[in-house]
Design a protein around this ligand. Sequence first.
Ligand code: CMC
Length: 433
Amino acid sequence: MGPSQEDSSVVAESITIIDNRTGNQLEIPIDRGGVAASEWSKLLPGIWFYDPGFVSTAACESTITYLDGDEGILRYRGYPIEDLAENSTYLEVAYLLLRGELPTVEEFDAWHHEITMHTFIHENVRKRFLEGFHYDAHPMGMLVSAVAALSTFYLDAKEIFDPASRHKQITRLIAKMPTLAAAAHRFSVGMPFVYPDNSLDFCSNFLSMMWKVAEPRFDANPVLTRALDILFILHADHEQNCSTTAMRVVGSSHSDPYSACAAACAALYGPRHGGANEAVIRMLTEIGSIENVPAFVDSVKQGTGGRLQGFGHRVYKSYDPRAKIIKRTADQVFEITGKNPLLDIALKLEEIALSDEYFTSRRLYPNVDFYSGLIYQAMGFPLEMFPVLFAIPRTAGWLAHWQEMLDQDSKIARPRQLYAGAEERPYVPIGSR
Ligand code: CMC
């Protein structure tokens, strides 16, 4: 085989761009499925990618979470989500996300001890801050504000490049989220605050702070505690989702982690993101019975019934692997709590949608939120707590990304725009308009 024949069989891992105005061209290597925009700018300075919603943009390199939306694969630091949900705990997963490796027994014991020692919140956070909210405040709004307020209690949080300070803020945030979350709930239902019980593990302690009344010690049902732990593992990270992007963007200005985390919480609040499981329950309640499901699906297809909540995902174009695990967990929870009456409507909705051309052609499948709300509701959590329950474990993911972003010495996030407004025009005095 001659050299020219040999060359033609080699597929270059690159793209070539040509500026048709000048005829100049540039070859850019394709690296791990991406091309560097900095290379593009060498040939085309001042020509921007127009990509609203970052649909085709990789904003960073990351070693934390791998996601293949076509194949339905999710891995934290290389470990399949199915393996972690089966065998691990949320606290161990948080360690894995933050440190990159699973802990040894000694490392885990030290981590567990450290988290447990930071579960308490300053009395002023509760008494003066949280109790200052209006009686019917949404607990997620309270959480967003309380997380931001923590930055005013820990002035060392600004030392983001001091490893000891950074570690301390990470520990505080992971440890205090359940305490803040439960405090927000207790306030919204007029119940007295329950202090953390540091003899309990992470999830049991959270359930104790949520539900304890007058008993000396609250012992949650172990099946429900484990179900919550699994849900926390599944929600701990999901690479560059809206709230994690908010964390990285705000953190890129070198603000303290509490402020960045509050921004991430705020991003999670919306119904397109962490508010979706709340929206699922509202939708199922509105549908009301199995007989109404076909008409509801028709209204979604015609665009009059809104979206099918808990369906579709920017990245997953097949069944969300987390939804599969949650469906199994739901069965275990319902054995203890009794079946959630909305389950049959959800199952019928899924059955119809998965065989309907509208949904299959758009590759819309159940996502993590389709069944998680049913579990939370069966466990007694009010709807308003659903996004809060998402924020507790996602804090580990947010912090892992924040830390990675700082270690990468990344630039401040500052995208460009394509200006589409008015041309220059003179100011007209108000009386002459
Ligand atoms: N029900 C009905 N149609 C849908 C849905 C849905 N849930 N999701 C997408 N579509 C349609 C959409 O109308 C569009 O159709 P067409 O091409 O005819 O205009 C097509 O599918 C593509 O939709 P898109 O809005 O371009 O997709 P996106 O990637 O921008 O949005 C999403 C992703 C998750 C925001 C969206 O699927 C959605 O709103 N789902 C419902 C809310 C939800 O369940 N969110 C939780 C996401 S998973 C947890 C998390 O990440 O927080």
